[in-house]
Design a protein around this ligand. Structure first.
Ligand code: ASP
Length: 358
């Protein structure tokens, strides 16, 4: 009898508590869905910086660039929205740009002095500080995929030339015929620069590979890059390029150099560069932006503008970067007349720009 009474009292107390508003939990229940919804993510891409002026770009070409930038960034954004990794978003987004003849990466790569195409790419995972890169490959359709394979399937960071291609074929990559990379526009651009250079050499003036400042002369650059922050707070950055028109002697630029063309660190930011690579290497541009955030505690935007608007031009370099930090803040900074660029935030808001003003 006593036991039954106690049980009755406990049940009454519990039922009472359930209906008493003062004991009802007020915070929304943390379902998997709303935990996910609280996590920010974002993606930023570039398609190269240079003398990109409205008067030099037809309306149809401008539309073509914007359409391709939108297509590429949407692919990456979809991956991030569905909980995919920043690394995956970066590679898949860059693949779209590499496959387009509009950009100087993969199909559409610029030509060397030797009239070939030599491609460079790199990728970095901000979660592990692991990285992979390839330089001077001539038969790889999507060099960013090979850079990722170097990172995940070898104990190295940077492979080059023939060796990189042997590695690629061992890992099952398709070998393209080099003619795949031919585009008339890039070929003519190289021919023009080469002619100027040979003329200069003939006149015995001190010739360099690049007849003049390539960044003020050639509006058709178009290296591609992507940085992303995923829902797990991981950052990644990747860059892919054909390098600079008329490059010679197996010249390698900044794109496959970790710290110069590409850098990612979950503690700070992810950066992809585009511009006159020699200066980006000397300035260690991508890492410098991250280091300023880490050592000085400055914001991503302040670090990016100090490096691109001040330090880089002091060296004599031109170009730009796209970057994203671990909170989803972004920077799209350049000191050239234009940079093909786009950003999409977690809400799916899209910004696309080509010239200084959006
Ligand atoms: N940074 C590349 C290089 O120097 C070129 C570019 O971004 O346009 O190879």
């Amino acid at each position: 009898m006593y036991k039954t009474l106690t049980l009755f009292m406990i049940i009454s107390f519990l039922v009472g508590c359930k209906n008493d508003p003062s004991t009802t939990k007020k915070e929304p229940i943390q379902t998997v869905e709303n935990i996910e919804a609280n996590k920010t993510f974002g993606i930023v891409i570039h398609g190269g910086a240079g003398t990109i002026l409205k008067e030099n770009l037809s309306d149809s070409l401008e539309t073509a660039y914007k359409t391709k930038l939108k297509e590429a960034i949407t692919i990456g954004h979809e991956i991030l929205k569905n909980g995919g990794t920043a690394m995956e978003a970066v590679t898949k987004t860059i693949n779209i740009l590499e496959d387009s003849p509009l950009f100087n990466a993969g199909k559409g790569a610029v030509f060397t002095f030797e009239e070939t195409n030599e491609l460079d790419a790199s990728i970095m995972d901000g979660a592990t500080l692991n990285a992979g890169a390839v330089a001077g490959v001539t038969r790889i359709k999507n060099p960013i995929d090979l850079a990722e394979a170097v990172m995940t399937q070898s104990e190295h960071v940077l492979l080059s030339g023939k060796g990189a291609e042997i590695f690629a074929s061992e890992k099952g990559f398709d070998m393209m015929d080099p003619s795949y990379f031919y585009t008339e526009k890039r070929f003519q651009s190289m021919k023009n620069q080469k002619e100027k250079l040979l003329q200069k050499e003939k006149n015995n003036s001190s010739a360099t590979t690049f007849a003049t400042d390539p960044y003020s002369q050639d509006s058709k650059f178009g290296t591609v890059g992507c940085v992303a922050l995923d829902k797990n707070g991981n950052l990644a950055a990747g860059t892919s390029t054909g390098g600079m028109t008329n490059k010679r002697w197996n010249r390698i630029g900044d794109a496959p150099i970790i710290g110069a063309g590409t850098y990612a660190n979950n503690a700070t930011c992810a950066v992809s560069s585009t511009g006159w690579g020699e200066f980006f290497i000397r300035g260690m541009v991508a890492h410098d932006i991250s280091a300023m955030m880490e050592y000085k505690g400055v914001s991503l935007q302040d670090a990016a503008s100090e490096v691109i608007q001040n330090k880089l031009p002091t060296l004599g370099g031109s170009g730009g970067i796209v970057a994203i930090d671990h909170n989803g803040n972004i920077a799209m900074e350049f000191n050239t007349p234009g940079m093909y660029r786009a950003h999409m935030n977690a809400e799916g808001e899209l910004i696309i720009g080509i010239y200084k003003e959006l």
